[in-house]
Write a protein that binds this ligand. Sequence first.
Ligand SMILES: *[C@@H]1O[C@H](CO)[C@@H](O)[C@H](O)[C@H]1NC(C)=O
Ligand SMILES: *[C@@H]1O[C@H](CO)[C@@H](O)[C@H](O)[C@H]1NC(C)=O
Ligand SMILES: *[C@@H]1O[C@H](CO)[C@@H](O)[C@H](O)[C@H]1NC(C)=O
Ligand SMILES: *[C@@H]1O[C@H](CO)[C@@H](O)[C@H](O)[C@H]1NC(C)=O
Ligand SMILES: *[C@@H]1O[C@H](CO)[C@@H](O)[C@H](O)[C@H]1NC(C)=O
Length: 383
Amino acid sequence: MVVNILLTLLAACSAVVGVPTAQTGLDNATLAKVKANLAQIATHSWEIGTQLETLLELEWPELSVFGGDIPPSTRLPSSDTAADVFAKTAEIVPNITDIPGPLINGDGAVGDPASLGVPVLLTNWTRTDRNNKFSVAASNQLNYLLNDAPRTEDGAISHRTDQVQLWADFVYMAPPFIAYYGALQGGSVGAELLQFAYTQCKLYRKYLRDDSGLWKHIVLGNWTDTTHWGTGNAWAAAGMLRVLETIRRSSEADNMLSERLELTSWINEILTSAWTFQQTNGTLLNYLDQPGSFADSSSTALLGAVTYRMAALTGDLTHVSSADDAFSVIKASLTDDGWLLNTVDPLTFNTPSVPGSYSPEGQAFVLLLHSAWRDYTAAFQRR
Ligand SMILES: *[C@@H]1O[C@H](CO)[C@@H](O)[C@H](O)[C@H]1NC(C)=O
Ligand SMILES: *[C@@H]1O[C@H](CO)[C@@H](O)[C@H](O)[C@H]1NC(C)=O
Ligand SMILES: *[C@@H]1O[C@H](CO)[C@@H](O)[C@H](O)[C@H]1NC(C)=O
Ligand SMILES: *[C@@H]1O[C@H](CO)[C@@H](O)[C@H](O)[C@H]1NC(C)=O
Ligand SMILES: *[C@@H]1O[C@H](CO)[C@@H](O)[C@H](O)[C@H]1NC(C)=O
């Protein structure tokens, strides 16, 4: 396979040059502050979903989709308790278990509550009692996405409940959950769900990507945002990466080679285009290709994280220096108290966060960047 050839070539090179990154990670005290601040301000469905995915990557990497096989063992090793993640799913799920539908109030979004689905599925998979409330909640969420949510004629699930409207954000929220559900189920049902998650990525790209290689933010419905929003592109690339890794670690990995290659090229397409607009200090702009736009550290951090993970996965180091520069500006954008500065306001998309307020997703993306850098570095040290 092409990837294996690349990895072999790379192993030969890295023996000479060492680990190919100019960066060092964040120290534990900084990570702890960033994490505590994230917990303090994550309140919306997608913020909590992203927070829990982030805790898995940062603290329990073997349980994340970038760690071991999927499904994981049903019995957790004592070192991998994921206690903070399971405490949060236990808080959320009883609130809605009996209602067929999304896992949590999504403020009108179809996709966002599904971001909680992977931690809820993992809670169910590794539980030690016979209570099936997490399983019921997850299947209610899946059924809502598959059977109730509005769709385009060709089958793209709407990101909104009240009309058919596609947002790049959806790609991080729902397809990774659908894929993980399938990877756990296995068999023909699991294979169909993995294929369905891939197809959602394909359809979303069909509607949102344009000739620049970047994705528009929002199309269809009664208003649109056709800018190349930094965070929208980051959500799309990071969501497709989660789907790719879930497929790769599942029993369907060998049956879905062409889908994996396509996802790989779709992620790279965003990275390649986005980094051409990187500013001299490493930041990206809120509207990636609009020179007058303000600097946005949130999208810079998440696209940096995707870049390190893709480099570890494919052995293609083309964009690593961009990720290194991104990590530099993220370090320079952190206060001593662990708050990320220079973020876009995630609720307006088009204004910077006002002084004294911070971005929950931006806090998470800092931790995802560190985790991706750590795993990338470890992957090369093993070679
Ligand atoms: C930082 O935390 C990691 C993970 O808990 C641990 O392995 C490492 O030893 C810690 N580093 C220091 C310098 O305490
Ligand atoms: C769950 O419901 C309780 C009680 O109404 C509430 O205090 C808590 O904030 C809810 N948690 C979530 C995550 O919705
Ligand atoms: C919940 O876990 C049980 C036991 O591992 C498993 O049989 C079931 O399929 C899981 N439910 C979901 C929705 O994954
Ligand atoms: C778009 O349509 C939805 C659903 O009918 C409605 O709630 C919303 O206010 C409309 N927004 C605009 C900008 O027209
Ligand atoms: C990086 O440069 C941008 C201008 O391109 C600026 O707005 C931003 O504040 C800079 N970031 C830091 C941490 O200096």
